[in-house]
Design a protein around this ligand. Sequence first.
Ligand code: UDP
Ligand code: MG
Length: 321
Amino acid sequence: MKKVTLIIPCYNEEEMIHLLYKELCVAAEKLHNMEDIQYETEMIFIDDGSKDKTLECIKELREHDSRIRYLSFSRNFGKEAAMYAGFCNASGDYAAVMDADMQDPPSLVPEMVKIIESGDYDSVAARRVSRKGEMVIRSCFARLFYKIMNKMLDSDIKDGARDFRLMKREMVQVIIEMKEYNRFSKGIFGWIGFRTYWYEYENVERAAGISKWNFLSLIRYSLDGILNFSWVPLAVIPILGIICVLAALVFGMVILVRKGSGTEFAFGWEVLVCIIAFFSGLQMMCIGMVGQYISKIYQESKNRPHYIAREASDEDMKKIL
Ligand code: UDP
Ligand code: MG
């Protein structure tokens, strides 16, 4: 018998816990009665410092269902921390993170397990193909964000990708070993590689309660994604610097030629603009150089693995020494 771990980060989700539990039980039942292999289910609820009765609801469920495990944070640490805590405590052969609001439908899990069991994939990632029910401004910004991200990142993130994905134990282990503090899971999932099947489904609206994200927190989240996985902004600074210096040089030549030919006189302000542009550009180039060193230090400090092996003739060879 194999085990599937479902990790559920919860922040002020008292209205959702019981509703979700019912759905989880249906999915667990399906997993238990699958044809080839039977699966037991472990449900790990991470209470991310909720201020309502979320923890009490979880405890109530735990009293009569030993498949439920929970961890309650001392304060709100954010969904990324909650997911990491879930992965660290998962004991299943497969693990998936899902939102408490049922926007990641538990009913998809048995399908996902089947796809991984087919042997061609290491993970099945959920991707919304529509954003119906979401505010228009939000979905426009989200689309733009993923477009920019995909151009800038060294990690593959699809538009509409969610944190909801079922992964094999090996992948979960690699994620646990990525100990960086500033976490951006979507980027991490893409960065670690492995063979991923993109499972497409129509957006489902939140079943109850309200979204925990506001516009500002979404902007912060986007910035986190870019800062964690892309060096493009740092590379742009020296390029701007070079453009400024070149423009100043060309402008300077024009002034000299005009002055030399004696036809026109160079005004003081023209020379001044030229000098300011030249030195600003020079400064930007220097800042850019410093930026390159900082990016190297940042990369080193993340302590990411040099490589991640998927298969090897000996298990030992997969380890990074
Ligand atoms: N969540 C969390 N900590 C937070 C914010 C959210 O654990 O600080 C959980 C929340 O309870 C839910 C999931 O993360 O299970 C996704 O949150 P939400 O539905 O508010 O996000 P949205 O679907 O609107 O992007
Ligand atoms: Mg939601």
